[in-house]
Design a protein around this ligand. Structure first.
Ligand code: FES
Length: 193
């Protein structure tokens, strides 16, 4: 195996103890029971959402292996799904995950300028998190609101018809909201509220 493959983030397994609370396990059994016998893999996406929420906002190899064990599927089946959908994070992320649409309609309506402006304003590059762990910046494919381009999503909230002024207002609002509690003091549920 090459040095490059050894350094892949999915290769770093920490063997940390990972387990859901009994209450969460009960919830998960209920979700699995909605699918026919032998089709438990269909519950993977909702369970990954729960795992991401419970284990600090992102997924690592130990968490994904644990989920694979619960569903009696192979770890690679979990990695494939977790790395395909942009709403799952393999790297730790900040309190606010800013996802800027990079697909054609948004790009030609100023999406690229929005991304560059955010990089400059937050002093990070796409894929990075600010030092204070407040913002992570990501580029994503079509967010399904092409008619309102350019568009970005911050956690679960959509922002459409973006321009520099709107970006300044959004970032200022998020910064002022975050002053009430430090990012590391927030649960993932609080981050989404
Ligand atoms: S192209 Fe940006 S939302 Fe569809």
């Amino acid at each position: 195996m090459s040095e490059k493959l050894f350094k892949h983030k999915l290769y770093v397994k920490k063997n940390s103890d990972v387990s859901f609370t009994p209450e969460t396990l009960e919830k998960i059994q209920t979700i699995i029971s909605h699918y026919p016998e032998g089709r438990q893999k269909s519950a993977l996406i909702p369970i990954l959402h729960i795992a991401q929420e419970e284990f600090g906002g992102s997924l690592n190899v130990d968490i994904m292996d644990y989920v694979a064990g619960l569903l009696n599927i192979t770890p690679i089946e979990v990695y494939e799904v977790a790395t395909f959908y942009s709403q799952f994070y393999i790297d730790p992320v900040g309190k606010y995950v800013i996802e800027v649409c990079q697909t054609g309609p948004c790009a030609i309506c100023g999406g690229e300028d929005i991304m560059h402006y955010l990089e400059e304003k937050l002093q990070i590059k796409v894929g990075e998190t600010t030092e204070d762990k407040l913002f992570s910046l990501k580029g994503v494919e079509c967010l399904g609101a092409c008619g309102s381009a350019p568009v970005m999503q911050v956690n679960t909230e959509f922002h459409e018809f973006l321009d520099i002024k709107k970006i300044d207002e959004i970032i200022a609002k998020l910064r002022s909201e975050s002053e009430f509690k430090k990012p590391e003091e927030l649960t993932w549920k609080e981050r989404l509220s």
